[in-house]
Design a protein around this ligand. Structure first.
Ligand code: MN
Length: 722
């Protein structure tokens, strides 16, 4: 295909034919400046360079864009490719045009050689965010479209790269802006470069049938019949499916060209639902319907609220075509979505503000195309399409997506916690910036790192905007406090040794401590000390094993000095509970209050099984003691000094529900090496989650440690014993 060699006269004609009041003086001046600046340049195809900006400008006129956009379209390559700078443009054409040219220049610098599916969406969002003024993106789309039209002159590799980028990034953006003709052409041109054979095959099948002509005739015939049946003012639209659309169906759904029934489609837009069903009857009388192709989305809308009647019929030439029948409201809904009914200026607070703003842009662009003035409607959306988010690059080209207001600290932690912890500074676009630098969309940010043990600074907690970064900084400091924990744990451990008269020479001490650590399921003595230090490992449990190990050591190596036996107080008890006046009495713990060592307790002599132990303040106790029949069966009870049994406790945790909440809670338990025996979580009103967790604990002191630890978890509202 030969590129159109376009002149300014052609553009002027297009401007006049649009019927809109364009600023011809400025547009002519823009053309003159661009023409002069590009004077020595030729495109790869050999044509003068100026034909490219002229074509871009013409596409903009066809889209109904304003004078500033057309001027910027003419000037869009001068800053990048010639000696003209932005200040010259600003002085001649004003800040509006300057910003548009600047925006397009910035987008042009963004090139993505390989766009993977998962990165594509953040790249698309980033480009939209970078555009700020949506006109920038529209100019860029027209630029890309003309480049793709003339891409035959590119070398093979560039054709493929541009085609992939266009397919993954720009065509979907055009789709979201509702510029379907540009979207389809971008896809078709890309396909042509990526699979020339497949493209040619479908193209020739399409060319064999004169689709446009066929649809034109069919539409006229349908409209005539509708009129005859009393259905007036039907608005007809029709389209031939794009080559890429057909390609997708043939290759993805493995169908042959003849099996695709919606290559040709006619849409009938009517006033009322009743008319829609009447029109359906008329269509089915006129043409032969294909079985199983009728769908009534009016009575049963699609989940996205799409409503329409669909049917496929065979035309008089034996060509099948799809007919869609819907009301004006349904058509608006299908084109712009629910969000489009809201006013942008009133502020959009829905779940997906970008989608809603885009829906609004779609509607605006559509009305702009039909409107008679070279309006500045689009200037209303001058400010960011995506003010809540910023997008920046790593030097390798990965896009990092952050909330607006995020600093380079957030950026570093978003790459990896190790990058954040080692950060000593940052460069933005190769310049050193202060550590509180706020990330701006489009920046290339390099994080400078120091030694692995460098660690964050506490001030960063104030400078970081994301909870992700804050959590990682806190986690580092928690780990850092490990030294303190080890210190404290070690002191407690040594105290316990002295209390038990355990005194070992240094050469034996190490093996002794290592063995004890192993028996407490810790990898190293420090790990054990740290666990003791923060309360994850109870000294009472360590103590029992400590005595056992010491006994083993003594037995293995008979000591010349005999150690005086420490008299041990014996209580007649079981389960670590002493019941006054009853020897060796079987006890059980009441389910209603699950007492723990440290709680004040009382016993109740049951008729069946020994003594039931309750918390002193258990509601059942209070009630039962008032009953004269029961009162005499209550006996005093207390805990034996060192209780080694594990007890079950149940806590009720209420928290704001979020991703990872359960994980944070269960990892708190595993950090403390507290076994979980049962767990039940449910979502309640106001996005809250309630969890009941039953776990093993040694006594109230330990339990209080667990509660304190759980309360520190982000979003936890309350932790109570249940
Ligand atoms: Mn260009």
């Amino acid at each position: 295909m030969s590129p159109t060699y376009m002149t300014f006269e052609d553009l002027k004609k297009a401007l006049e034919e649009s019927g809109r009041g364009y600023n011809m003086e400025n547009i002519t001046a823009a053309y003159n400046l661009a023409n002069e600046a590009h004077a020595d340049q030729k495109r790869r195809s050999g044509e003068p360079y100026i034909s490219h900006p002229l074509n871009v400008a013409k596409l903009l006129v066809e889209l109904g864009m304003d004078s500033e956009s057309v001027e910027a379209g003419l000037l869009h390559d001068v800053v990048e490719d010639t000696s003209v700078d932005l200040s010259t443009i600003e002085s001649k054409f004003g800040p509006g045009v300057m910003r548009l040219v600047d925006g397009v220049t910035k987008l042009t610098k963004m090139q993505f050689s390989s766009v993977e599916e998962q990165r594509a969406e953040s790249i698309r969002k980033m480009l939209l965010a970078m555009s700020q003024d949506v006109r920038v993106m529209i100019i860029k789309l027209c630029d890309r479209l003309h480049n793709m039209r003339t891409g035959d002159a590119w070398p093979e590799q560039k054709r493929r790269d541009k085609a992939l980028e266009t397919m993954e990034v720009y065509a979907p953006i055009a789709h979201r802006l509702g510029i379907s003709n540009i979207k389809e052409e971008l896809e078709d041109r890309s396909l042509q470069f990526l699979d020339p054979v497949g493209y040619a095959e479908i193209r020739s099948l399409l060319d064999q049938k004169n689709g446009e002509e066929f649809l034109k005739n069919i539409s006229a015939v349908i409209q005539k019949h509708l009129e005859e049946n009393g259905i007036h003012d039907a608005h007809m639209k029709s389209r031939v499916k794009s080559v890429y659309g057909i390609y997708r169906k043939t290759f993805v759904q493995n169908r042959s060209f003849d099996e695709i029934y919606d290559i040709y489609a006619v849409r009938i837009i009517l006033d009322t639902v009743a008319e829609c069903y009447n029109a359906l009857g008329v269509i089915h009388d006129m043409f032969h319907p294909i079985p199983n192709r009728f769908k009534d989305y009016i009575s049963t809308p699609k989940p996205n609220m799409y409503q329409s009647l669909h049917t496929t019929v065979i035309g008089h030439e034996g060509i099948p075509f799809e007919v869609q029948i819907r009301t004006k409201e349904m058509d608006q809904m299908a084109e712009y979505g629910v969000a489009a009914h809201w006013k942008y200026k009133e502020g959009i607070q829905g779940k997906n503000p970008l989608e809603e703003r885009l829906a609004w842009v779609r509607q605006l662009l559509e009305s702009q195309r039909d409107s008679a003035d070279a309006g500045d409607l689009l200037r209303d959306i001058k400010s960011d399409l995506l003010p809540e988010e910023v997008f920046a690059f790593t030097p390798k080209g990965d896009v990092i997506n952050l909330p607006a207001g995020a600093s380079v600290i957030d950026f570093a932690y978003a790459i990896h916690s190790a990058v954040g912890n080692r950060m000593v500074g940052a460069k933005v676009n190769s310049h050193i910036v202060p550590i509180d630098h706020k990330v701006v969309t489009g920046e290339i940010i390099e994080i400078l790192t120091g030694p692995a043990d460098k660690g964050p600074s506490r001030d960063w907690l104030k400078l970081a905007a994301t909870s992700q970064a804050k959590n990682k900084i806190r986690a580092w400091f928690k780990k850092e406090r490990r030294e303190e924990n080890i210190q404290q744990g070690k002191e407690a451990f040594e105290r316990e040794m002295r209390r038990n008269f355990i005194n070992l020479p240094p050469e034996k001490l190490e093996g002794f401590v290592t063995e004890l650590a192993r028996r407490n399921r810790m990898n190293t003595p420090d790990e054990m000390y740290a666990a003791i230090g923060y309360g994850g490992l109870q000294m009472s449990r360590v103590s029992a094993k400590m005595k056992e190990e010491y006994a083993k050591l003594q037995a293995a190596e008979p000591k010349p000095v005999s150690i005086e036996e420490v008299p041990v107080k014996r209580h007649h008890s079981s389960e670590g509970v002493i019941v006054e006046g009853i020897d060796n009495c079987p006890v059980k713990f009441a389910k209603c209050c699950s007492p723990l060592p440290g709680d004040e307790i009382v016993g109740f002599i049951t008729r069946g099984f020994g003594v039931s132990i309750h918390k002193r303040d258990c509601a059942n106790v209070q009630a039962s003691m008032k009953d004269p029949e029961n009162a005499k069966r209550w006996v005093k009870a207390s805990w034996e000094d060192s209780v080694q049994e594990q007890f079950n406790a149940t806590l009720e945790i209420t928290a704001l529900n979020r991703d990872g909440l359960l994980g944070d809670i269960t990892s708190a338990f595993s950090d403390m090496r507290v076994p979980i025996y049962a767990m039940n979580a449910r979502q309640v009103e106001n996005h809250k989650a309630v969890m009941n967790i039953t776990f093993g604990t040694a006594n109230t002191e330990h339990l209080n440690n667990v509660i304190a630890r759980l309360r520190r978890i982000r979003d936890v509202i309350s932790v109570t014993r249940s």
